[in-house]
Design a protein around this ligand. Sequence first.
Ligand SMILES: Cc1ncc(COP(=O)(O)O)c(C=O)c1O
Length: 389
Amino acid sequence: MRGEQWISDSLNELRSADLQRTLVAYPQAGGRIRIDGWDYLNFSSNDYLDLSRNPELISRSSDELHSLGTSATASRLMAGSLDVHGELESRLSEWKGYECALLFGSGYLANIGLITSLVGREDSLFVDKLAHASIIDGARLSRASVHRFRHNDASHLKQSLERAAGRGRQLIVTESVFSMDGDIAPLKDLTTVAADHGALIMIDEAHASGVFGPNGAGLIKELCLADTVNLSMATLGKALAGYGGLVACSKAMRDLIVNRARPFIFTTALPPAAIGSAMAALDVLLRTPSLGRDLLENAAFFRSALHQAGLDTGPSQSQIVPIMLHDNRLALDLAAALREQGIIANAIREPAVPSGTARLRLSVTLAHTKEDLATTADVIAGTVGKLRS
Ligand SMILES: Cc1ncc(COP(=O)(O)O)c(C=O)c1O
């Protein structure tokens, strides 16, 4: 098409660096799926607790759909705030151990909305070097001066805060479980540094929620840090097997966000079906506190099988298990070869991870048995061996 030559040039550039992404459609989602009559183990799904086809979630979601309709039909500040939004927020705040909670359209929107509500041009943001793209995008949009501290390094954060002292409000943002490495932030140290410097701190618990902490409430609750972490952000789209984002915080903070967060204000409220599945997911978590523990035990088993097979799982301490390959081509070839053998796992390359750290990223879910995990470790090791030889 006229005027679009630059687009093919850009795509060619991406292709020649093995960095082009393409959409692949799957007939189903979840940790174990069927494609063209074949069973696949899917390690690219965030359905950590295997709840996406749980009859209770489906039935509750369908109840809300039938009773309230397909859409909230308006933004929250117009006529889109339904009773069920408030009910879910109140249950989420209790679960997370905070005074209040607020729903967003997604975790991505939550991160952008929260950061841009709290800091602006005059302020300073302190963001972990490996923070998720949604945090980085929020940081950029806020126009605050951004200081990236070394990954999980509380003393480097302290130095950065000291260097920027006196320049407006200070907000620290990091994740509790990192999305690409599966490692865990030193939350106690980070919150101590925040408190010592009078800085606000926000923790993204997208991957910890549903998995870590009592009834899957996350690491903030596990470590009793709700009094010191100002904003506890999470998603409904991973372990809770639904869609939406959330923040748990104080009432004053919630009131401010409702007034300031553009990705909250200028968008349609979550539909009733999404609220229903989140309610049922919470019921399951509260009734079955062992789910997260079981998942983490299986993930530890998987890591040890991979180590025995000579593979490097980086710093993973969670259900997210990377296999470090450091080569874009090898990561892509491995993902393709595994797919032929019934295993789905994504090759992760820059910009999702730093250049030179290409990897295969596997998410263990409760749909995977220990036997599946042992077999997968063997298949991966054999395939890496063949590709490297
Ligand atoms: C750490 C982290 N934060 C936020 C998000 C965004 O959440 P959502 O998928 O609900 O937009 C993700 C999802 O990939 C994530 O990994």
